[in-house]
Design a protein around this ligand. Sequence first.
Ligand code: GDP
Ligand code: MG
Length: 679
Amino acid sequence: MCAVDTKAEIVVALAGNPNSGKTTVFNEMTGARQHVGNWPGVTVERKEGVVKKFGRTFRIVDLPGTYSLSAYSQEEVIARDFLLENHVDVIVNVVDASNLERNLYLTTQLLELGISTVISLNMIDMAERRGKWINLEKLAQLTGVAVVPTVGHRGEGIDAILQKVIELADCGLCESPRSARHNPEIEIEVSNLHQRLQIKQDCAVPVRWMLIKALEGDAEARRRLAVYAVDGEDALQEVDNTRRHLEQHFGDELEAVIAGGRYGFIGGLLREVVTHTGSVDRMTMTDKIDSILLHRVLGLPIFLALMWFTFMLTFDVGGMFANWLDAGVTSLSSWIAGALPPGPISSLLTHGVIAGVGGVVVFMPNIVVMFIIISFLEGSGYMARAAFLMDRTMHVLGLHGKSFIPMLMGFGCNVPAVMAARTLETPEDRLLTILITPLMSCTARLPIYILFTGVFFSRNGAMIIFSIYALGVLLAVVSGKLFRKVLFPKSVSPFVMELPPYRLPTLKGTIIHVWERTSLFLSKAGTVVLAASVIIWALGSLPWGVQFGGPQSLIGHLGRAAEPLVRPLGLDWRAAVALFFGLGAKEIVVSTLGVLLGSGHSGGSVGLQKSVAAAFTPLSAFTFMVLSLIYIPCIATIATIKRETNSWKWTAFAVGYSLTLAYAVAFMVYRFGLLAGFK
Ligand code: GDP
Ligand code: MG
């Protein structure tokens, strides 16, 4: 419940696009009692009126009509400054219902100010005449803002607006507007800035708003930030750094990215809210494509088919190049073995570094192919549709569809995905999303699947990899549903999935994205994986003189100790050791197998494939993939979970849950597999 605080005078600002009917609404509200003058210092008309109605006094200010709240025109600056500085109690946003898309652009910006708002959905008569039916309840629900239909020139709905204004003025911001959220990457950076920068107590404008605007390069917001930050110069510097980072990430100006996000939001909102009863000949290209790709029945199968196709190309086309790379690694290894006298150095290079790092790097082509496709799907706007489709499915399951954005990011890397859970509003939704996101199969796990699929299932490669990814999603959904029931029994708040218009991604943008991710993969191979390979090589060689990786070596002892744990899953000690070291990063699973299994051969993954074929069966290989998918995320993700939940308890829970789940599912896969006659 909110505290009731009866204000003597309620300050109401009327905001809206030119020609939305603002002045008409204003006149209906104030009757003849209005003062017309100019805004201080400028010659833009200022209308203000005081009305007494329903036992209250309203001071109503008609702001200049604007299409947005940037600082490009005098009107926009006036409207913005007034809203920011004058303790406005309630904004009445007059929206032309027959032109929703354009009008809602201003609405999204008004919502970002965090001031109580009611939408006067004006010209509702025009909208109906044009065959548009607007679901008012849904519009209110999805924006988190009250919506009152009005017909300005007939005075319809005006009293209802004033009553709503009283309600909002008396209880303050009862419910924060829902739509004021940006792209997850931007949200993460904004909340990082919010934590790092010290803002003075007397800051008169919403800090979040100021930071976002400053990031966009808005001169006015930057001026304010310089004043309100404890160290203004420093703050601006930080903002500039963040901005540069984000613009590099998006390959576009931040202002354009944010504007795109708003239009995406509106696109998604309209799809939920507006029904066209008239002709559809005014459909845009995007509408036409969406009518197929978002089709009620066909949408999901099309999405699944696209994913299957992605895995097929990743496996087949990527695999072709990977074979060449592998041949190179193999000949490098045998060249070194021939050139160096046998001894620790030769062994370290061939059995340690090349078997480990080389074993991972040969999968680079697969990863590049996957990134090219994903980057294309993202850049074209299709990934947003995938989230939209999932959202629809998730609602059926009673889950929060917004969790799907972090989950989709999780296919790349779980670390930023867990951070992206910040975009969810309630702590429960955030926690739930953090707990299920690691079940999304990140790219680091891909080499494992490709290695095993290549050895055992090369005929149905795409199908097998697809099934592993799908298993991850399925387990995430089931876990989410379980957590929702047991841990956070609460209803789900609805939200709008952003639907940007379709675009052909640029070659440059694609190259930048693919390079960014590939270089991350390579640098990990050169650091974490390299270090792990050397350690595992050392553990396999010590005490010096034993058979490399044999039962007498240190790693042999370690493995024997762990073996009873994995034997019920059809796995041997080398698999246990690989999973253990995979904690550091999942790429290490493959490099460890490379060091331990590739040792009998001359390095390279051709040798590795042969030993994998000898050490696993198709069924135990599949079980191993399932384990790799589910068991504890890597150290970096665990650390991120700790930081984001700020709780050891939940971090321990996440780790414990994933271990238990992994073991249980792998056990079932293996045992039922045996029963079904697989080997
Ligand atoms: P402003 O630019 O936002 O101040 O818009 P005005 O108040 O000047 O209105 C523009 C035009 O729209 C005027 O001709 C109004 O009579 C008309 N108008 C205002 N509200 C409505 C409405 O609800 N329905 C229809 N059909 N026309 C309206
Ligand atoms: Mg006007």
